[in-house]
Every structure is written in C-alpha cells, then in structure tokens.
Write a protein that binds this ligand. Structure first.
Ligand code: PDD
Length: 290
C-alpha cells in the first residue's frame, strides 16, 4: 500500500505530493503545526489538539481553513487510508505561496495545508519500559513559544545535541529553570510526592498531554504544582518524566548523567502512563475531562 498524504484538499500518494518553493512555510517558517497521536486506529484527544491549532493560527493571523468537525474527519480519513494502527498524524498550515517578501501576502492568498501520518509504536514502547536519559541545554528559542510554530531550529539543535549524547531528549533551561523538553513538557515528582511542571506562559507550549496528565494526577490525589523548577531540583527529584502526543508519558531515569530516584521508571510515572493509555485506548480521554 502506498503512503497517502494530504495536500491542499486532496489525498495523494506521497511520491506525487509537492509544495512550491515560494511557500512561506519553506522560506520563512511562516506557519504552524499540530501533532496528534493515533492509538488503535483512533485519534487521541483530537478536540484539544484542534483547539490549539486554531489558537496558533489566530496568533499569527491565518484564517483556519476548516472547522473542527472537518479537521477531525480529514485526519481520521488520512489515518484510515494509511491503515495506521499506532502513530501520529502531523498537520501543518502555512501562510501559503507568494513572491518572497516579509509582510503578509495579498488577502485571499490561500494557506497551504499538509498532513501526513507516521507509524510509531506507542503502547508497549520499549523506551517507556526502561526509561530514558535526558541532557539539559540552554533554551535558545524566541519569545512566543506558546505558538506551535514550524520554526523549530532551536529545537532541532537541542535534539541533535541529545542525539550526539546518546539520549532521548534535551530539557531546555533558561535562567536556571527548566522551560520544557525540545518536543515535550517536562515534569518532576518531588520527594514529598508533588507533581511539578512549569506554568503556562509565552515561555512554553501549552501541551495537550500536559493537561491530561495533570488531570489524571489530580484524580490520583497527587498534589499538582504549576511552578518553575531548577535543574538542581530536577536532579534531586524522586521521579521525572516528559509528556507529548507522541511519547505520551516517558519516564526519565537520568539527567545529565545523574540517576533520578532509583534510576528506573518511578511508580507514579508508570501509573500516569498506564492510566493515560487506558483512557486513550477506550477513546475516553476527552470525555473524561470534558
Ligand atoms: N511536540 N513542548 C514542545 C516544545 C513541543 O514541541 C511539544 C510537542 C510539547 C508537548 O505537547 P503535546 O502534549 O501537545 O504534544 C511540549 C510534538 C509532539 C512534536 O513536535 O512532534
């Protein structure tokens, strides 16, 4: 079966898909994206992802080309056409194609819309069993990290640094405080069992998985604290993990070479992951928190 992607309203074989070189996403990084997981052939928490997509589009003044219902239908159809059991759907919207010039192109220039799927093992992922190591690195990004911009150069460099160090993720640090992972939200669990993650602001992406994790933690009667935390506090934590649509809840067992807690996935982290996957597998994540 050939890989099917979505480009500007049509489902086409990957080999036939193309974007003009004057696309502003390509020239300026002038666009936004979303990533939603697929588990058991079903989109996970898609309404929340589509709400953030809409928010990102509004923030950079691109009209949303589809309604939530239309997006949901298109994303589901793409997953179906690719026979996707587990993995993710990637969605990108750019300001479209126009002669290169910095200000917005003439009104009425249609946005470019691209979607593709990637197969990825989520349930039973080996990394989640063993836990992963992370490094810390300075946060080199711009000041609107709450927008899910396709301009990801700082994250690419951070992730490459992690790859060179042989670890899974880089936690970015600003003024001594962890902001977030290069493509995930950072969490720690303190020695007195408080779940800590950075509060929402322009400094971090409002993670969709983050929100679900916080609600699950609340149901588990864990105290949830949205506050800044330092690298030193993370090193002294009982447990640590990161969360994203593609990693779900990923136990962190070492930071910069120092073991966290017992140096193995912690019990609360494992429980949060299991709870999330249970709900996602039943398609019950969104309704549980509605
Ligand atoms: N990344 N922070 C950053 C900087 C991210 O890029 C992501 C997601 C998250 C977690 O957000 P969510 O839980 O909504 O996936 C936090 C996606 C998965 C990516 O770029 O592939």
């Amino acid at each position: 079966m050939s890989r099917i992607v979505f480009v500007n309203g049509a489902f086409v074989p990957y080999e036939e898909a193309s974007i003009p070189i004057m696309d502003r996403g390509f020239l300026f990084g002038d666009g936004i994206y979303e990533v939603a997981a697929v588990i058991g052939g079903r989109l996970v928490d898609e309404a929340a992802h589509l709400a953030r997509l809409d928010r990102s589009l509004k923030a950079i003044e691109i009209a949303n080309p589809y309604s939530t219902a239309q997006w949901t239908e298109l994303m589901s159809e793409l997953a179906r056409r690719n026979d996707l059991d587990q993995g993710l759907v990637y969605v990108e919207v750019t300001r479209g194609v126009a002669e290169r010039d910095f200000p917005f192109p003439p009104a009425g220039t249609p946005p470019t819309v691209v979607m593709f799927t990637q197969a990825k093992q989520i349930v039973g992922a080996k990394a989640a069993e063993t836990g992963v190591a992370v490094i810390t690195t300075p946060d080199l990004r711009w000041k609107r990290r709450d927008i899910k911009s396709v301009a990801l150069l700082a994250q690419v460099l951070a992730k490459q640094e992690a790859a060179r160090a042989g670890v899974a993720e880089a936690w970015m640090v600003e003024d001594g405080y962890v902001t977030e992972g290069s493509s995930s939200t950072a969490f720690i669990i303190t020695r007195d069992d408080r779940l800590v993650t950075r509060p929402l602001s322009n400094a971090v992406l409002p993670g969709i998985t983050r929100l679900a994790v916080m609600k699950l933690a609340d149901e588990m009667q864990l105290t949830v604290e949205e506050r800044l935390f330092t690298v030193e506090e993370a090193l002294a934590a009982r447990e640590a993990f990161y969360a994203s649509a593609s990693a779900i809840v990923m136990p962190v067992v070492a930071i910069d070479g120092t073991a966290i807690g017992e140096g193995a996935p912690g019990p609360l982290t494992r429980r949060l992951r299991a709870l999330y996957l249970d709900l996602a597998g039943d398609g019950a994540l969104a309704s549980r928190f509605a």
